[in-house]
Design a binder for this molecule. Structure first.
Ligand code: NAD
Length: 491
């Protein structure tokens, strides 16, 4: 695999951004046994390239590199780490067009969403470049008459970062910038379905002057390359974004080495629309919350509850807005692109069939589109009963489920009746109700009369089975630190 087998579709201005070897200790590495993993364009089904499939030993070599690089990186003046992160941020924006094309080709999302993701992901790098410079010492009131006490925040060590395919760039920058700003070094594993975005970020990290061994990207079969990290005592933190199922597995695997864990897992977001809410806003925002990234978003609106008196009106407007959405190849910048894989399409089919069997009404869509095997039509199901699977499981696709409700108490109980707790959306114009319901919702994030909640300065994360810890804000960096308490005697 000395040359890259790549589709001409990449068509990027800077071909060096398209890498297919793993990046370890500042070098691009193929698997010694020559093994590779093919990557396909979900829109066309065409092979777009292949990436190195590393062995467990080769993956452990990335930890060697990160461990060796750690003392020097941790000891660097924070201002120096900040400079390199700042340069990494600038390079991401300078190469935004190429990075977005790479993402669309491997992930399928619409081009403008991909550009938005590059900007969003880069904003975390900018934020943590600044945050790196903030004081990492906290004074505390002494409990002793003759001693001074301080808390120092020190980098935890090597951090393993495991990221999903739905946001192949931002999920990595969000973790990596926080970890590197804290002084940690990194071994990262991107999803096998979307490795090219992460490898392009490694190329830019090198250009930004991030030293060899600080940021390593390991491609390969996840069980092969990630398990050695969970068992390795040198890996002191593991930050994972992905499904709750795999999160549980990594949690168990990490138990033997007692790591710090950050888990950004699945979601099952309710949207609650109360009478009196601005219906234009509620419909437009819920369309975004449902169909962005073709519905493959942990923040995706999975179940939409509308108060009975405005239910019919909401449904009519929502169906109309859904029918107006365009479906197409992400490169043509439609509203909705293909789904990631066959399993994802089958999940839509299963959830729709199940809901219809249980009495839901199909208002639009409801099948694969002639555009290609991974295109599923934007779909609305109305009158969906609580017994339908879609009201309890993450759908991760462009199927909207709507149901009416009668009272506030009833709907808060229903919204909370889930193992997930990532985000909830609420539409109302009654300030007291907004306060009451926001308090009662058992979710890590509540969005009121809007959809977009996430950004670099805010703590992103969920409760219950949606995860542990937070990304973004100062808190996101602190996840990669340990507190050292120092007690100085003046005697
Ligand atoms: P996934 O759990 O299948 O994979 C995520 C990552 O884990 C990938 O890098 C994958 O290669 C790796 N992985 C898979 N099996 C593994 C194993 N046995 N051992 C070690 N690593 C393994 O998730 P996905 O399908 O890529 O992403 C979709 C899921 O991610 C959804 O559930 C979604 O809700 C969730 N997600 C959550 C957030 C959040 O911030 N809470 C953000 C985006 C996505």
């Amino acid at each position: 695999m000395s040359t890259i087998t790549l589709s001409s579709s990449f068509d990027v201005a800077d071909p060096k951004l398209v890498r297919n070897f793993s990046y370890i200790n500042g070098k691009w590495c193929a698997a010694a046994n020559g093994k590779t993993i093919p990557v396909t364009d979900p829109a066309t089904g065409e092979a777009i390239g292949e990436v190195a499939s590393l062995s467990a030993e080769e993956s452990s070599a990335a930890v060697d590199a990160a461990q060796n690089a750690f003392p020097t990186w941790a000891a660097l003046l924070p201002q120096e780490r900040a400079k390199r992160l700042r340069r990494w941020f600038e390079l991401q924006l300078e190469h935004k067009v190429d990075l977005a094309r790479i993402m669309v080709l491997e992930q399928g999302k619409p081009l403008s969403e991909a550009r938005g993701e590059i900007e969003y992901g880069a904003a975390f790098v900018e934020f943590y470049a600044e945050e790196a410079k903030r004081p990492n010492i906290e004074g505390v009131t002494s409990h002793l008459p003759d001693a001074e006490v301080e808390l120092w925040r020190e980098p935890v060590g090597v951090a393993a970062l495991i990221t999903p395919w739905n946001f192949p760039s931002a999920m990595l920058t969000r973790k990596a910038a926080a970890a590197m700003a804290a002084g940690c070094t990194i071994v990262a594993h991107p999803s096998t379905e979307t490795p090219f975005s992460a490898l392009a970020l490694a190329e830019l990290a090198e250009r930004a002057g991030i030293p060899a061994g600080v940021f390593n990207v390991v491609t390969g079969r996840p069980a092969t390359v990630v398990e050695p990290w969970t068992q390795d005592t040198r890996v002191r933190a593991l930050s994972f974004t992905g499904s709750t199922e795999v999160g549980r597995l990594l949690y168990r695997q990490s138990a033997s080495t007692i790591k710090k864990l950050v888990m950004e897992l699945g979601g099952h977001a309710p949207v609650i629309v109360f009478k009196g809410a601005d219906l234009d806003v509620a419909v437009a925002e819920t369309i975004k919350a449902k169909f962005a990234t073709s519905g493959q978003d942990c923040l995706g609106a999975n179940r939409i509850y509308v108060e009975r008196p405005i239910y019919d009106d909401f449904c009519v407007r929502f169906v109309e807005a859904t029918k107006a959405l365009s479906l197409g190849n992400g490169m043509d910048d439609p509203d909705i692109g293909p789904l990631m894989n066959e399993k994802a399409v089958q999940k839509q089919e299963e959830h729709v069939a199940d809901a219809l069997t249980k009495g839901a009404i199909l208002a639009c869509g409801g099948k694969r589109d002639a555009m290609g095997p991974l295109f599923y039509q934007p779909t609305v199901l109305a009158d969906v009963p609580d017994t339908a699977a879609i009201m309890h499981e993450e759908t991760f696709g462009p199927v909207a489920a709507i149901a009416p409700f009668e009272t506030e108490d009833e709907i808060v109980a229903k919204a909370n009746d889930t193992e997930y707790g990532l985000v909830a959306y609420l539409h109302s114009h009654d300030p007291r109700r907004i306060y009451r319901v926001s308090r009662a919702l058992q979710f890590g994030m509540v969005a009121v009369n809007r959809t977009k909640v996430t950004g670099a300065p805010i703590p992103f994360g969920g409760t219950k089975q949606s995860g542990l810890g937070r990304e973004g804000a100062r808190l996101g960096m602190e996840e990669f630190t340990e507190i050292k308490y120092v007690c100085r005697d003046w005697a």
